[in-house]
Design a protein around this ligand. Structure first.
Ligand code: TXA
Ligand code: MG
Length: 350
């Protein structure tokens, strides 16, 4: 299969191209598209065969439910019911935007989408291309991140092509996504609500709107332990690059010194080493034969989030066997970056 690329302007996408992509969605095809977080792999949420093909194309286990994307919060009752006042408050505050709400599912929502759960995850993305596609097709669109299962999420159309080229009908190419990490997933079916995945909307911003929100950063489960998860996508070794990743936690100077020593040793023993750090830490690794990918300023979590997945993919592409990264602490997007790095890591060095 040849994967068609529609190149569109991210702010004002060509209506004719959107209509073409929408037609593909309505005829059961798979079309990847940019959202503000990462690229999604889209299919008509009412088309069982198309939804099944999403799992096949990604190599995703059937137990991992999908997010339904809507053009407008007004359409929420199409897919969810018993919508609590919290949901309306949050939708008003953050939609369109990187927040996914888990709610009781409406009758008729396909079991394939929810992996048999009585709940459905739903969001309205803040991206002109995603919204244009949703409006032009007139149906809710399921869209997991458009990567092979377990791999790093795509933040450019090129990343999607690397993972799914030849397996899907088309990609709307709207350039790089601007948040860079996935949406925040919030379960509203329990009281108080549970943060299942930190993401583009911060925990603090949620608490400001609705008060108490529970977040239990779980110890990563054993590899392959799938069904016991609250949110099945939250697997150990998720979001992982091909290379092994070691994460250095604790006090900054000590962690960076330790990283440098580890890098020296690994280089000496002939391993191809990559380092993923903020710009300010570059000096620690000078004169070592390694590949350094800068995440931008350590002070700017928005920049770091945006560059994180591209960095992991770039280091993989350069044939690095071992990636050394520093733990990120702090609030806001820092929580999402820490979560993704922890899940990508095979070792955390305190
Ligand atoms: O930013 C995003 O959310 C991107 C863009 C494309 O919208 N999508 C995305 O989808 O990250 P995916 O499939 O990679 O992650 C969806 C997450 C998974 O962790 C999944 O387990 C969780 O949402 N999820 C979906 N339905 C759920 C449900 N009913 N209950 C609990 N968690 C659910
Ligand atoms: Mg994903």
């Amino acid at each position: 299969m040849q994967t068609k690329i529609w190149r569109v302007d991210p702010q004002t996408p060509d209506e004719t191209l959107l209509a073409e992509a929408a037609q593909a969605i309505l005829s059961g095809q798979l079309v990847a598209f940019p959202t503000e977080t990462v690229y999604g792999l889209g299919a008509n949420a009412f088309d069982r065969q198309a939804v099944r093909r999403v799992f096949l194309a990604k190599g995703r286990p059937a137990q991992d439910p999908l997010i339904v994307h809507l053009a407008d919060a007004e359409l929420l009752s199409q897919v969810a019911r018993e919508i609590p006042p919290f949901a309306e408050t949050l939708a008003r505050a953050f939609w369109p935007g990187p927040l996914t709400l888990v709610l009781p599912k409406q009758e008729g929502v396909l079991d394939e989408i929810t992996a048999g759960l009585p709940t459905v995850a739903v969001r309205v993305p803040a991206h002109a291309v995603a919204l244009g596609l949703l409006r032009a097709s007139g149906v809710p669109i399921v869209a997991p991140s458009a990567n092979r299962f377990g791999h790093v999420s795509p933040t450019t159309a090129q990343h999607v092509l690397e993972d799914l080229g030849g397996l899907i009908e088309g990609i709307l190419d709207g350039g790089s996504t601007h948040v860079g990490v996935e949406s925040t997933v919030l379960d509203l079916t329990c009281t108080p609500p549970h943060l299942l995945r930190p993401g583009g909307v911060s925990l603090e911003a949620l608490q400001e709107q609705i008060g108490e929100v529970v977040y239990l950063p779980q110890k990563p489960p054993e590899e392959g332990e799938l069904t016991a998860q609250r949110s099945p996508g939250l697997l150990a070794k998720h979001y992982a690059p091909q290379a092994e990743l070691w994460l250095f936690a604790g006090q900054r100077e000590r962690a960076l010194q330790n990283m440098r020593q580890t890098a020296e040793q690994a280089c000496r023993s002939g391993r191809r080493v990559g380092v993923l750090v903020g710009e300010e830490a570059r000096g620690f690794f000078s004169e070592l034969p390694l590949v350094l990918y800068s995440l931008g300023s350590e002070q700017r979590y928005d920049e770091m989030a945006k560059r994180l997945y591209a960095g992991l993919r770039a280091l993989d592409r350069q044939g690095v066997e071992l990636i050394l990264a520093r733990e990120v602490t702090g609030e806001g997007l820092g929580l999402a970056i820490r979560d993704r790095l922890r899940r990508a890591a095979s070792r955390v060095i305190e």
